[in-house]
Design a protein around this ligand. Structure first.
Ligand code: GCB
Length: 630
């Protein structure tokens, strides 16, 4: 079954539904960071457009035909040379050939192949793909009516892990990294009428990649987020940042970046509800900075997640966004949100639906997860261990949940490989570029449980410097490891000097000690920084009841949480926790046939959506905290 998409440049969707992809088109503003959208060697434009959902776009989501290609015969010839580097550039599956006549030799056929829903991981869409790691080709057909003078971008919200993209049989380029958006400039490359796009998606794991071979989550492959064709005017707003200046409740700082034909233009930034209207003139590179004094505003907070309509207009383009304004800083061991000390009542979560296998599918799934966090009485979520979707972060803005955002620099990365570093750094900055206007995001995390060594320290320090140089208005952190010395739990890591938080994972009572003896442990934290515990937890099979000494029982998990709170009460600098984890999640590492069966059972909610006992332990702990930090 195939579906044809029509490019309806005149139709528009309500701008208020900024993160609901419209069936057809939507009009709004502009895009990307420091420079214009030049094309890089891999064919990508430098930065994806800021606020893609706020632009005129056509969705290419829907059912895509696919071919499973474990030997990659659609990519390599029999001498293992890529077809797309041959002199004609032809020969691969991206040609989407049909036999010309009965005599013609063609060994594939998209039209006769099955289809799957895009966006959507492939593992959850066919039984034989559940554990598949390799290449799959996906094809979509669509109609377009490109207009002279306009810019067109083919935008992918995320493809896991490596994508090669072809439009009408010609290669556009490639991208690595499974959780960040990328786009190709297809101006002048679209047919008036029918077009086809072919994506080679490959989720094989390699030691030198980010993440590396070893993780504790399901390696969902494919086009997991939206595919959109954006239409922009000849001069367009490529990027913008509109946020309060670091630690200043009375100044909005930011910039606008134009791209396209006439880069020097007047651009108006208006926030009508705050009585703000400011005009700047962009320089020859299309850039202008904002620095606007503001009176009292309704500052964004979990209790009052106020979002203002922010409009930018100039050079024939315009874009609207919904932006919250808040400051975030640390002072000694305090975390200050809008100048006031907060405790981060958090929970960790993966981008996965426990009820129906697969990554979260749209706003309904995302609301389910964040609503569970709200029920726990959370004001904060750790979106582990990789960038979650833009919709998720926008929803956190709307629902009033602070966010720890992270890149998959996880465990044992190839610390000395410069290409690995560039990849990690690109994933970090791509996430920051995408989410820099989201008030909910207060922490950029550069990684999780990376073991101390000289090459690792260098790699991670550089990442921390990059994060800080890219955005000085948020905190920079990492989930560090602890070390045990007798009953002492020591937090000491050379990387900590570069970070704003003393943040670490500790598995007292599970990976070391047990749910009772854990009470003998004491923390020795070497830093005068806010202490944020990024993980603790225990596996419990939902519905399995026993005494509190029996591993895998709900009672064991419950006691571990109770005792955890006892140990934590001796930590004066404690300013936040994100226990591991909101719901059970799938992981190929989890082998126990009865208790696990490919599930990590540390969820407070089981795979059938039922709350375990520890859910209520954490909820009531948070009720107490809320009284201390109203
Ligand atoms: C960790 C990891 C997390 C795992 C968890 C566990 O330390 O950061 O990704 O899933 O422990 O359950 O072991």
């Amino acid at each position: 079954m195939k579906r044809i998409f029509h490019f309806l440049a005149s139709a528009s969707c309500a701008t208020a539904l900024l993160f609901t992809p419209c069936a057809d088109a939507q009009t709004t503003p502009s895009a990307a960071p420091s420079t214009s959208n030049n094309t890089a060697p891999n064919g990508l434009t430098q930065n994806p457009i800021q606020n893609i959902y706020g632009r005129t776009h056509t969705s290419l989501n829907g059912r895509w035909n696919y071919i499973i290609d474990p030997y990659e015969m659609g990519y390599y010839d029999y001498r293992h040379k890529p077809w797309d580097t041959s002199s004609s550039g032809k020969g691969g599956f991206y040609d989407d050939r049909a036999p010309k006549d009965k005599n013609d030799w063609v060994e594939y056929n998209f039209d006769l192949s099955p289809n799957m829903k895009i966006p959507g991981d492939w593992n959850s869409q066919a039984e034989k793909l559940q554990l598949y790691e390799g290449t799959i080709w996906l094809r979509q057909k669509f109609n377009a009516a490109p207009q002279a003078g306009k810019h067109y971008f083919l935008y992918f919200g995320a493809v896991n892990y490596e994508a090669h993209v072809y439009l009408n049989g010609k290669k556009l380029g490639s991208h690595k990294g499974g959780f960040t958006p990328f786009q190709f400039d297809v101006t002048g490359k679209l047919n008036n009428g029918s077009n086809f796009v072919v994506v080679k998606a490959d989720n094989k794991r390699y030691q030198d990649e980010i993440p590396t071979v070893n993780t504790d989550w399901w390696n969902y492959g494919g086009i997991t987020r939206d595919v959109l064709l954006a239409e922009l005017p000849s001069t367009y707003i490529a990027d913008y940042k509109v946020q309060l200046a670091k630690g200043d409740l009375h100044r909005i700082e930011g910039y606008v970046q134009l791209a396209g034909k006439q880069k020097t233009q007047k651009v108006t930034l208006s926030i009508p509800e705050a009585g703000i209207s400011s005009v700047v003139t962009t320089d020859a590179n299309g850039r202008a900075a904002f620095n606007i004094a503001v009176d009292e505003m309704r500052y964004w907070s979990p209790e009052d997640p106020k979002l203002y309509a922010v409009n930018l207009a100039g050079g024939g383009d315009q874009v609207s966004d919904r932006v919250g304004f808040r400051t975030i800083e640390t002072k000694g061991q305090d975390i200050l949100l809008n100048g006031k000390s907060v405790f981060l009542r958090g929970i960790s979560l993966h981008d996965e639906n426990p009820l129906i296998m697969g990554r979260l599918r749209g706003q309904g799934d995302m609301r389910m997860m964040l609503q569970w966090a709200k029920e726990l009485n959370c004001n904060y979520v750790r979106l582990a261990h990789y960038p979650h979707s833009e919709e998720m972060v926008r929803l956190a803005d709307e629902m009033g949940l602070l966010v720890w955002a992270e890149v998959p620099v996880y465990w044992t990365i190839s610390w000395t490989n410069p290409a690995t570093y560039s990849n990690a750094s690109a994933q970090l900055t791509d996430m920051m570029v995408r989410d820099k206007n989201r008030a909910s995001v207060i922490i950029w995390s550069i990684g999780n449980e990376t073991p101390v060594s000289a090459p690792r320290n260098l790699f991670m320090s550089k990442l921390a410097d990059t994060a800080r140089a890219t955005d000085d208005t948020r905190l920079v952190a990492a989930a560090l490891e602890v070390h045990l010395n007798g009953n002492e739990v020591i937090v000491e890591d050379p990387l900590a000097d570069k970070l704003d938080l003393a943040s670490f994972n500790e598995y007292a009572g599970w990976y070391w000690s047990n749910s009772r003896e854990m009470l003998n442990f004491r923390f020795n934290i070497k830093y005068n920084k806010p202490v944020v515990i990024t993980e603790f937890g225990a596996d419990a099979l939902g519905g399995f009841h026993a005494d509190a000494d029996t591993r895998w029982s709900e009672e064991y998990q419950e006691l571990l949480y109770q005792n955890q709170f006892k140990i934590l009460s001796a930590l004066p600098g404690l300013r936040g926790i994100t226990p591991w984890i909101l719901v059970d999640f799938r992981s190929p590492r989890r082998q126990h046939p009865y208790f696990q069966d490919f599930w990590n059972r540390k969820g407070l909610i089981s795979d059938n959506g039922k709350k375990k006992k520890a859910f209520f332990t954490l909820k009531s702990f948070y009720e107490g905290i809320q009284k201390k930090y109203p």
